[in-house]
Design a protein around this ligand. Structure first.
Ligand code: GDP
Length: 529
């Protein structure tokens, strides 16, 4: 198969949802269609239980499982599908944001009863900003939930999307009879006991056909006709181009648990979802079918075994092919490196591969050379953008609790920050180190890992910060900036890349600072240029 065909057949995407909407269940059913797994229950649920905040074993278990499920690949109808795992737990939201830089499209799962939830809103916003094509799957139709039209409204309003249903439910919960597939023009009947994959599909090009009344009953048939008429009047016609540019989002209904509506979703997905898209680097736009390899690290995973402290760096291939034992340029180090055992992922396993294509993810063993965002090329000095740091939500001083192990502590902190576990800020005034995280859970992860992987001990001390703002002076030499630096010295720090950050202690002081120093711009993400 030639290079271009290999690219065309790839679909790399992520499933995003609020915890419990059914992401794991849907992933598993998709894998069943690919024949990649034989039975349900094979995909481990990698969520952290809410009660587990102080359960280290749970954290470790989570980390172990998420290596295995970081990338799940399978073949379906000649398409190579790569699902990238996105943790739903909000403390790991940053992990998910980074993973979203490596997907070409996403499927958003929404619980029919709960509707649009908080985590979904945040994740969808990131996808919307990047114009990532999205398909919405409304799940758990076997349960009582919200009215389909109300839900579509809610999705449009809360997620700021422009939707069009490609399937429509017939009844719901107790009365759920099936789904009319607008895209394929057929009806899929649901029988409560069809828990396996047996589904009855009846073609209905023309829904005025009286046969419909016989099959689902007159009332349901008329309701469906009315509803479909209404959808045609209210929602735009589906247009693949608009979906691809992020202007229109098709919606499917179903029940992942009952494997209902999943095949329809998958069949439409492989047809419309994009193959690897061009990606913007700082220097230029890179197309997937360029011959030379380019790729970037979007995730780093530490080995769970403290005796083997190597890590796995996950590289998304943007263009060209990645070959085993071929030297590539590690752009940040300006050094050639080669890899004798790159891992590819298949279902829930990983194995060594000789060649990988755009859209694929390779896992590279790393002893500390990679950072999130690092780029590999065949010689070109290229830097992929798009992994900004957001202001953390929590801030604490980190103190060394074992003076004999200072070196280990700093090395550990350094490597954990490279992995993107949290953000490090060094105060300008006294050089003290402050760790910023998205969730409180990370502090325990860091403490535990420093001790078990690096033999270092740390303690924390609270540090009241409202928000970290990246500072951009209009003019470094103007008096205003100098005064800002002098007056706010106590609140200034450098991030890991040496960028100046203002740690505002309250919303009020942030506003006052903005008013007082209008030429000093304060940004809420590190990537403001
Ligand atoms: P995740 O947190 O988004 O990965 O959600 P899970 O896939 O773990 O699902 C959360 C819960 O919802 C589990 O108990 C599932 O069995 C259940 N669930 C998933 N899909 C359906 C569905 O279609 N119908 C019903 N009734 N329950 C479902």
């Amino acid at each position: 198969m030639d290079f271009k065909e290999e690219i065309q057949k790839r679909r790399t995407f992520g499933i995003i949802s609020h915890p419990d909407a059914g992401k794991t269940t849907l992933t598993e059913k998709l894998l069943l269609f690919g024949g990649a797994i034989q039975e349900a229950g094979a995909v481990k649920n990698n969520k952290i239980k809410k009660s587990a905040t102080s359960d280290f074993m749970e954290i470790e278990r989570q980390r172990g499982i998420s290596v295995a499920t970081s990338v799940l690949a399978f073949i379906y109808k000649d398409k190579k599908i790569n699902i990238l795992d996105t943790p739903g737990h909000k403390d790991f939201a940053e992990d998910t944001f980074r993973t979203l830089t490596a997907v070409d499209s996403v499927i958003v799962v929404i619980d029919v009863a709960k509707g649009v939830e908080e985590q979904t809103e945040k994740l969808v916003e990131v996808c919307r900003m990047r114009n990532i094509p999205m398909i919405v799957f409304i799940n758990k139709l076997d349960r009582e939930g919200k009215d389909a039209f109300d839900l579509l409204d809610e999705v449009e309003q809360k997620l700021n999307l422009n939707v069009t249903p490609l399937s429509f439910p017939i009844g719901m919960g107790y009365d759920f009879k099936g789904i009319y597939n607008i895209y394929e023009k057929n009806i899929n009947l649901f029988s409560g006991d069809s828990k396996k994959n047996i589904e009855e599909t009846i073609a209905f090009d023309d829904i005025s056909n009286p046969e419909l009344d016989k099959i689902i009953g007159e009332t349901a048939a008329n309701d469906l006709r009315d509803n479909l008429e209404l959808t045609q009047g209210v929602y735009p016609k589906f247009d693949t181009e608009k979906y691809l540019t992020g202007e229109l989002q098709p919606v499917f209904f179903g029940s992942a648990l009952n494997n209902f509506g999943v095949r329809e979703l998958l069949d439409c997905f492989i047809e419309i979802a994009p193959s690897p898209r061009p990606k913007m680097a700082e220097e230029r736009l890179v197309k997937a079918d360029e011959k030379e390899l380019t790729g970037f690290v979007f995730k780093i995973h530490a080995n769970m075994d403290p005796k083997h402290r190597d890590r796995l760096a996950f590289v998304k291939i943007v263009s060209g092919t990645f070959e085993r034992n071929k030297p590539y340029l590690h752009v940040r180090h300006d050094k050639k490196v080669k890899f004798s055992s790159p891992n590819a992922f298949f279902a829930e396993k990983k194995e060594i591969v000789d060649i990988s294509y755009p859209g694929d993810i390779v896992g590279l063993h790393d002893t500390g050379n990679f950072k999130i965002g690092d780029t590999l090329t065949e010689g070109e000095s290229l830097h992929y953008k798009g992994i900004p740091s957001f202001s953390p939500e929590h801030f604490r001083y980190i103190n060394n609790a074992d003076p004999m192990k200072a070196k280990q502590l700093y090395k550990g902190i350094d490597q954990l920050m490279d992995e993107g576990v949290a953000q490090l800020f060094t105060l300008e005034m006294n050089g003290r180190k402050v760790i910023g995280t998205v969730g409180a859970l990370q502090y325990e992860v860091i403490q535990y890992r420093l001790e078990h992987e690096y033999g270092a001990k740390c303690t924390y001390e609270n540090f009241a910060v409202h928000k970290a703002c990246w500072v951009e002076p209009t003019d470094k030499n103007n008096e205003e900036f100098k005064e800002f630096k002098r007056v706010k010295q106590k609140f200034l720090a450098k991030d890991k890349l040496g960028q100046l950050v203002f740690l505002a202690d309250s919303q009020f002081s942030l506003q006052m600072t903005q008013q007082k120093y209008p030429t000093v711009k304060l940004h809420f993400t590190s990537e403001y240029k």
